[in-house]
Design a protein around this ligand. Structure first.
Ligand code: NDP
Length: 498
């Protein structure tokens, strides 16, 4: 019996993976599937290349990474067209994605030395005869495993920082977007032709699992929470450190003094850009009673104007055909439990598209509120006040990003959101801010990409002390006398005991 083929589902033909468009099923390109031996070889070559790359130092790497940035910026239209052809993402969304990736390459390249480079740190009085030195040395080879929803932004968010820190990178792109991953690696090889510093291994989930066990020195994973747990389990076998960027169910809180037009605009954008297939997408809104009705009207009016279709529309196809069943199930569950569709509803899922859907007053225990939908849907629930909004927003095991609209209490509310990131009076903006760390809490994972924390994620802290004079209060030697120890005790009591 042959399985039914859904447009966009990757096909394995011989030893190649064929990537197709979810809108048209046209081939977007093909890549070789890696065998176990290929993965071992890729990691071994990357290890040697990584030594060469690390040896270039921060300045040598910066210069090459900026060359790559230049090339990405020059060819952004080509890359965006490819992302569109392979994943169905509207070209405008793909361009915005590439812009953000270019920004991250620039920042990582320009800041790696300052954040990771060797520097003196202060000595403390108790060890005043020693100087202290700190630097962050590369791990060696970093395995990057990426999802399909942002096939440029997510791998670059890890790879650019890992490369700037002096590591080689082996990327395993999602089977749904291997061609975009290959394009990134090929473009890097154009500016760094000397050694395979940044390479790919392609295939299904088993290739990702094999990469985790291949002896790489760190794994940076972006994908679903379920797979993140498998990655961590595989990495535990060899104590390989992991960085996990997993799923989310981000909430927006609309407070009583919010600009409702701006809030509605951001809610619709945050929920429906990339057809809602965004880890930090707004999937739930909690609006306080006095503004609820006016806010909802504005959301429905805006979402109702969005066009859905293959080319040039606001909302493109759902990239992974199986996700359509999840979206349908969430809408059905919300409605069968007493929620109301203010827009869209049960017939919103028309493969390969899901049409904008706004669900109102959905019970908090519905899967539409509790689980990641990954479609152009939004639940909008009424709450008494911002405290109730926070309690509901924070009630899920996920905690990736979030958004707050309001004035007087907005900062306090954003700080109390149980999440790694939040944007005030906008949605998703923290993702493009290369100076800020990106990552979640709880089931959304741990570790950070982007910003200074994102650079440090890809370097091992190396701490060195160096004697610069005679020890006045000898204690860490068998040559110490009882009088030395007594003097030390007296000194510490004077310093810290008062
Ligand atoms: P998956 O978890 O299904 O896949 C992610 C990657 O892991 C893919 O390359 C996949 O390969 C690979 N993989 C699958 N099984 C294994 C395994 N056992 N061991 C190692 N690797 C494996 O996620 P999706 O691709 O469906 O991406 C969507 C998810 O990603 C959403 O939950 C979204 O929230 C999350 N995400 C999180 C982000 C963040 O920064 N926190 C950003 C973007 C997305 P293959 O595709 O070949 O199966």
């Amino acid at each position: 019996m042959t399985a039914v083929h859904h447009p966009g589902t990757p096909v394995i033909e011989g030893d190649h993976l064929i990537s197709t468009s979810p809108a048209t099923d046209d081939e977007a390109g093909r890549v070789p599937v890696a065998t176990g031996v290929d993965i071992e070889r890729a990691v071994a070559h990357a290890r040697a290349a990584g030594l060469w790359w690390a040896g270039l130092g921060f300045d040598g790497r910066r210069e090459r990474l900026l060359r790559w940035r230049r090339l990405l910026a020059q060819r952004m239209e080509t890359l965006a067209e490819l992302v569109h052809a392979e994943g169905g993402k509207p070209v405008a969304d793909a361009l915005v994605e590439v812009v953000s990736a270019v920004e991250h390459v620039d920042w990582a390249a320009n800041n790696a030395r300052r954040v990771l480079g060797a520097r003196r740190v202060r000595s403390r009085l108790i060890l005043a005869e020693f100087s202290a030195h700190l630097e962050y040395q590369p791990y060696g080879v970093v395995g990057v495993i990426g999802p399909w929803n942002y096939p440029v932004f997510t791998p670059v968010g890890s790879a650019a920082y890992a490369l700037a820190a002096g590591n080689a990178v082996v990327l395993k792109p999602s089977e749904y977007t291997p061609v975009a991953g290959q394009w990134l690696v090929d473009s890097f090889a154009e500016v760094v032709p000397e050694q395979p510093v940044f390479t790919t291994v392609h295939g299904l989930g088993d290739v990702g699992a094999a990469l985790c066990r291949s002896g790489v020195d760190k794994v940076a994973f972006t994908g679903s929470t379920a797979t993140a747990k498998k990655v961590m389990a595989a990495c535990a076998e060899s104590l390989t450190p992991v960085l996990l960027e997993a799923g989310g169910k981000d909430a927006m809180i609309v407070d009583v003094d919010a600009d409702l037009d701006a809030a509605a605009e951001a809610a619709v954008w945050g929920a429906m850009t990339n057809a809602g297939q965004t880890c930090i997408g707004i999937e739930r809104v909690y609006a306080v009673e006095p503004v609820f009705d006016a806010f909802l009207d504005k959301v429905v009016a805006r979402a109702g104007r969005l066009s859905v279709g293959p080319d040039g529309a606001d909302v493109g196809p759902i990239t992974m055909p199986s996700q359509l069943d999840v979206i349908r199930r969430h809408i059905d569950d919300a409605l069968s439990r007493g929620g109301r569709a203010a827009l869209g509803g049960r017939d919103a899922v028309r493969p390969p598209y899901a049409h904008p859907t706004v669900l109102v007053n959905v019970p908090e225990d519905s899967v539409a509120v509790r689980e990641e939908t990954f479609g152009p849907t939004l639940t909008v629930n009424r709450v008494r006040d911002a405290d109730e909004a926070l309690a509901r927003a924070n009630a899920l095991p996920y905690g990736l990003g979030g958004s707050v609209f309001g004035r007087r209490r907005a900062v306090a509310i954003a700080r109390r959101l149980r999440s790694g990131m939040a944007s005030i009076n906008s949605a998703l903006t923290f993702a493009g801010m290369s100076t800020l760390p990106f990552g979640g809490v709880g089931e959304s994972g741990f570790g950070r990409i982007h910003g200074e924390d994102g650079l440090r994620e890809f370097g091992r802290a190396k701490a060195v002390t160096r004697r610069r004079g005679r020890t006045l209060l000898p204690s860490t030697t068998f040559d110490r006398t009882p009088a030395d120890v007594a003097r030390l005790v007296k000194a510490v009591k004077m310093l810290y005991g008062r």
